[in-house]
Design a protein around this ligand. Structure first.
Ligand SMILES: Nc1ncnc2c1ncn2[C@@H]1O[C@H](COP(=O)(O)OP(=O)(O)OP(=O)(O)O)[C@@H](O)[C@H]1O
Length: 371
């Protein structure tokens, strides 16, 4: 079996001594369930691992990007052979970026080729599940792989080092506070309702409720990271950026013992949608985005876990998100080809606006992030 993905750039090797041979996987228990995949504690050849599995379905989850715009751009690029040639991307390169499996594979591949596997939870390679594995999982209640209509995409699995996680926290870690049903909030409010219609009071109680919920959720996150891990987390993120890996989804649940466990929203250079010549989110913007997210995670940590302590790790985030128009001239910018520019610029400006809206929404009510 070949290293994947089969495009330019870093790749992940198949798992196992005799790579490609069928592995006997013993599924022990489910550790997590994400947007379109599952993480299980498994035993392979006597050793325990965490196995992250998902059908290799093309998806595009770049922060702030509307897939419709992306598809529009993609269609446009398909028609512009010279533009693709100028930027050096093939259609396969571009399509590969839509697969979360490929995104993870590329990030781990880069860490391995640069000998920096210390920057995340260790990854041992990939496995393609077969019918028997899928059948066994189905018997255990795992059968929804969010496959789209059309060809049956294979289930790809990434073998990672297993990190012990306290059992009781699993659900709470997965759900997070955001998913707390509104109904809880309503019943909490009505329990405390003295029947007087006082909007300000309701507002205050709602705020208090949210604070308590966040606090409760953070109390179950000790195994994700602790205060002593923060400087290393910041340094690791910086090193990842230097290696051309933009994580794209920094949140407490994507850390275990202070190490990143999830690269499925990442982009690893060379990446079409991070290429400044295409004028998607440039590499500096990707870095800004990650840093803003980590900043926010650290802030919340101090707010809810160590309210008596001062947060010494505030990063300065430069306001790159507000750059409305590319300062660099794209390589395909040519007065002779105005027809090429129009749809691209339309895409860029709309995406830019959406990015900003998304940004505001994401950080709403969470203090000034400096964006
Ligand atoms: N190496 C590991 N060791 C132990 N538990 C893990 C490991 N990796 C993941 N988990 C558990 O599985 C959960 C989900 O993992 P992960 O974030 O990688 O997948 P996901 O939520 O499906 O992510 P996405 O859909 O964004 O790819 C984690 O929150 C964690 O509790």
């Amino acid at each position: 079996m070949a290293a994947l993905p089969r495009v330019n750039g870093p790749k992940l090797i198949p798992f196992g001594k005799s790579a490609g041979e069928r592995c006997d996987i013993g599924f022990i228990k489910q550790l997590g369930e994400g947007s379109s995949g599952y993480v299980w504690k498994v035993r392979i050849d006597g050793d325990v691992y965490a196995l992250k599995m998902r059908a290799d379905v093309a998806q595009f989850k770049c922060p702030g990007y509307d897939p419709d715009h992306y598809e529009e751009l993609l269609d446009f690029l398909k028609q512009c052979r010279d533009l693709k040639e100028a930027c050096g991307y093939t259609e396969a390169d571009i399509n590969e970026e839509k697969s979360q499996f490929s995104r993870e594979s590329r990030a781990y591949g880069r860490l391995k080729e640069c000998n920096r596997e210390d920057l995340s939870v260790k990854c041992y390679g990939y496995i393609q599940l077969d019918g028997t594995n899928e059948k066994e999982l189905a018997e255990k209640g795992v059968y929804d792989w969010s496959r789209w209509d059309g060809p049956k995409e294979p289930v790809m699995a990434i073998v990672k080092e297993y990190i012990e996680v306290p059992d009781k926290t699993q659900d709470e870690v997965q759900d997070g506070v955001q998913e707390e049903p509104l109904i809880h909030c309503r019943s909490w409010l009505s329990e405390n309702d003295d029947e007087e219609e006082d909007e300000e009071e309701d507002e205050r109680r709602l705020k208090e409720y949210r604070f308590q919920m966040h606090k409760r959720s953070w109390q179950n996150k000790e195994h994700l990271f602790q205060e002593k891990d923060i400087p290393q987390m910041m340094e690791d993120l910086h090193s990842l950026h230097k290696l051309g890996i933009w994580v794209g989804d920094i949140k407490p649940e994507n850390y275990l013992h202070g190490k990143i466990i999830d690269f499925s929203s990442s982009l690893t250079m060379p990446a079409f949608s991070m290429d400044p010549r295409i004028d998607g989110p440039s590499s500096s913007t990707g870095g800004t985005f990650d840093r803003a997210e980590l900043n926010h995670v650290i802030r919340e940590y101090y707010k809810y876990c160590l309210p008596e302590k001062e947060n010494k790790y505030e990063m300065v985030i430069k306001p790159r998100y507000q750059t409305r128009f590319p300062k660099r001239t794209p390589v395909f910018h040519s007065r002779d080809r105005p027809c090429l520019l129009r749809p691209l610029f339309r895409w860029y400006t709309t995406a830019s606006k959406e990015r900003q809206g998304w940004q505001e929404q994401r950080f709403e009510g969470r203090g000034t992030v400096g964006l």
